[in-house]
Design a protein around this ligand. Sequence first.
Ligand code: C2E
Ligand code: CA
Ligand code: CA
Ligand code: CA
Length: 272
Amino acid sequence: MDREQSQPQPTSPGALAPHEALIARALQTAIANKTISVHFQPIIRLSDGSIDGFEALARWRHSEQGDIPPDIFVPIAEATGQIVALGLLVLEQALEEARAWPRDVSLSVNVSPRQIAQPHHATEMLALILKSGIAPHRLHLEVTEGLLLEPDQATLHFLSRMRREGVSFALDDFGTGYSSLAYLDQFPFARIKLDKAFAQRSANAGRSAAIRKAVSDLAAALDMDVIAEGLETASQVADAVAAGCEFGQGYFFSRPVPAAMVRELLAHQFGM
Ligand code: C2E
Ligand code: CA
Ligand code: CA
Ligand code: CA
């Protein structure tokens, strides 16, 4: 196996646009000093409004620039290769927080294709999981496409190794790419996260309902659960329920919150 060839070459900060290079350098410091934090957003069982688990989302408060959103720094971290260290830092912090949660509460963590293609990444992640004492079956890794269509050896190794240890996978942002169905065929995801674009009621409500229903039926046929993302209103929740989605996530239930607020959310019963 030729790892040299299969590894994307890291972009040096100098190859980025000037403002991106600035962010990349500041991010280097933030990762080294562990000043990246993690917020948690609940994933709700739509059958009864209970909390299934939480998705960990990276947060970065820059001393001068204020909050820098992940939509800005994650793509830069992917371009520079910093996503590997960032991902491990997020995982470590999220696992540490999850130790304080009840044992039946799951933890979802985002992983980028770039991390997974990294040789030995499974070993590094499993070491953190082991150290935390969190049972691997409580962990869901959320991946987007760009991952599986032409998987290299390192990627295949990562996926099979993690699954063997009991970690499960969710296909994130489903429906936004051009080849999502091919991904479902390639790898047995436990869950599909239906992108928030499908939560919105379009001009033609009947069509969007038909799409949600079709995805939910497809998932059921493939023995996968659906998480409807981006639920902001009661009617969007009702639409997700009507389509047969098992889980929901979005501002209607809760925004992502700091770790200290997770306990409050766990004590709260969400009205359905
Ligand atoms: P994602 O994985 O799809 O995460 C969901 C995003 O939707 C989060 O944005 C969340 O705050 C937002 N969201 C949740 N509910 C609602 C809603 O009801 N309405 C709307 N409009 N938005 C909602 P966030 O935290 O800004 O993260 C953006 C993206 O950055 C994430 O999208 C994910 O792709 C990436 N990201 C965040 N943290 C990490 C990380 O630790 N590692 C990696 N690789 N990517 C991350
Ligand atoms: Ca996600
Ligand atoms: Ca998503
Ligand atoms: Ca279903």
